[in-house]
Ligand binder design. Structure first.
Ligand SMILES: C[S@@+](CC[C@H](N)C(=O)[O-])C[C@H]1O[C@@H](n2cnc3c(N)ncnc32)[C@H](O)[C@@H]1O
Length: 283
């Protein structure tokens, strides 16, 4: 039984990092006219009402996207990401809606590109289906995203990227991430995979173990982390990370150029910090 609902966390610091990486990757793939495929293993419902009861429970977006939105002219590098937010909000209105990863992809992809969206939760897939409507570029799958990614790769067209964004509700999710990426990379060695993971308190954190195992695959991987406060001794999430397998050229430079300022802007305490690290690459 899945209980995680992304509406509680929409637009928080972790979404900001994830969706900036997502938009950078899509924009880089669009540099060529050749079509590409976007796969989303854990899609969520597609768009979130920031005025709704769930988002307002902790109003996490106030320390996330809201901090950037109020000074969006100061972030020309994030124009593409902000355009997606503008599309789901009325002009000159406050930020009432936040687009999820499928909506961001739907907006940025071109007619020749394809979207493959997976979601397991019965209600979330229904909301997603209504939100996406009849988009001829999109295939929606009500299924397990880990199995789905292996089953649906290599996609047609072969060029493209997959976002793996589990809720890590189940401890096994870490093991499943490792197995899924191992199998997918064998079937789709040219694919780009972007994996999101939480940075948790000392008792709960499994990110070190997961990163070590993934590094053993020997695939070029770019790891970036953004912590908005110090790690606690127990459970809470103090930041998040993204690992990009087969990262496109220049992605590291583009992220490196914004991370110091992003970290400063999203910091909740002086211990906030960021990192970026390229492994298994000769470049
Ligand atoms: C972190 S949320 C996704 C957020 C979304 N990617 C975004 O950025 O807007 C994780 C989603 O995965 C779904 N989920 C959990 N386990 C799953 C599985 N095994 N396969 C597919 N979806 C799953 C949850 O219902 C939830 O909607």
């Amino acid at each position: 039984m899945l209980s995680y609902r992304h509406a509680f966390h929409a637009g928080n610091h972790a979404d900001v990092l994830k969706h900036i990486v997502q938009t950078f990757l899509i924009e880089q793939l669009k540099q060529k006219d050749k079509p590409f495929c976007y796969l989303d293993t854990h899609s969520g419902s597609g768009c979130y009402d920031l005025t709704g009861e769930w988002a307002n429970k902790k109003s996490e977006y106030l320390d996330g996207i809201a901090r950037l939105w109020e000074e969006k002219d100061a972030w020309p590098e994030l124009q593409s990401y902000f355009n997606c937010l503008e599309q789901v909000n009325a002009p000159d209105a406050p930020l009432n809606f936040y687009p999820g990863s499928p909506e961001i992809a739907r907006q940025l992809l071109r007619d020749q590109d394809r979207l493959i969206l997976m979601e397991l939760h019965n209600n979330e897939i229904e909301i997603l289906r209504q939100h996406i409507g009849k988009d001829p570029r999109t295939a929606l799958h009500h299924r397990d995203g880990f199995e789905g990614l292996v089953g649906l790769t290599p996609p047609t067209p072969r060029r493209g990227f997959a976002l793996i964004d589990p809720s890590y509700e189940l401890k096994e999710d870490y093991q499943r991430v490792i197995k899924t990426i191992t199998k997918t990379m064998k079937r789709w060695p040219v694919g780009i995979i972007a994996l999101w993971y939480p940075l948790l308190g000392k008792e709960a954190d499994r990110s070190h173990y997961m990163k070590k195992e993934l590094e053993k695959l020997g695939i070029p991987m770019l790891t970036t982390e953004l912590a908005v406060q110090a790690q606690s001794m127990t459970w809470g999430m103090h930041g998040s990370g993204m690992i990009i397998f087969n990262p496109p050229w220049l992605l590291k430079d583009k992220l490196e150029a914004i991370l110091p300022r992003l970290c400063e802007r999203l910091a909740l305490s002086p211990q906030a910090n960021w990192s970026i690290n390229l492994q298994n690459s000769e470049g």
